[in-house]
Design a protein around this ligand. Sequence first.
Ligand code: PMP
Length: 287
Amino acid sequence: MSRVAYVNGVYQRHAEATIHVEDRGFQFADGVYEVWSVFGGRMADFEGHMTRLHRSLNELRIDIPMSAESLTRVLKETIRRNRVRDGIVYLQVTRGTARRDHPFPAPGTPPSVVVTSKSIPFARSQAQAAKGVAVVTHPDIRWGRCDIKTVGLLPNVLAKQAARDKGAYEAWMVDEMGLVTEGSSTNAWIVDKAGKLRTRDTQANILKGITRTAIMAMIEAEGIELDERPFSVEEAKEAKEAFFTAAGAFVMPAISIDGVKIGDGKPGPIATKLRARYLEEAKREAI
Ligand code: PMP
């Protein structure tokens, strides 16, 4: 018997069920999910999972895609069409499909809804439970590998949206020591009040930006002194200049941080020079 998936209002053959390439679940892990156990074709802990779903959606400011009654109908219908007696039903709701950009898409962008259901022999679980199963320990790194350019970008999305909500272009993320790690999609730099160019070292848990590396070669060629050392929010606010780097943004001067004017509130000379130099070299070398 072929399986069936519900995707955005349509029951499709599971093997052919697809979501758009620019769905935010795929691009940013910008979505939530729930799983219900199914016993004899009926969902267990129904209200508990439904309540948590609404909480998760609310926390992420994702629109509720349909009424609880409609969703219940879809969950039941997916179980029925898959002839699941014992197993699970899986629901995923994402922030929908939009041109790829970290901030939330335009209001009214419909969330994506996917429901699948599969049979899991209850006897298998009973057999495992009768014997007991093994456990191993593992470091809790959720998500402590910011050096990997992963698509698990939900925290970055929330940081970028926080910037947009405050009328800013970028958010600089701050660790528990009050030190700036990096931007939500960029590497962060300052020219500190002593005139030293500073950016966090990549031994720390940040992405090693390719633009950052390219800029470093130019800094050396220009004879500018670089200190690869983290800086605090306070140091950033007192800096002569602040800027950030990334593919797409190149070198972008920041003129204020949390409303505090940086330097004289205009793009600084070092950022301006590095931007021009980067663009010149990047254009020349582009293949
Ligand atoms: N940090 C983060 C979190 C990023 O997502 C990016 C890239 N978008 C960068 C830094 C900058 O990297 P690159 O210069 O390679 O674009």
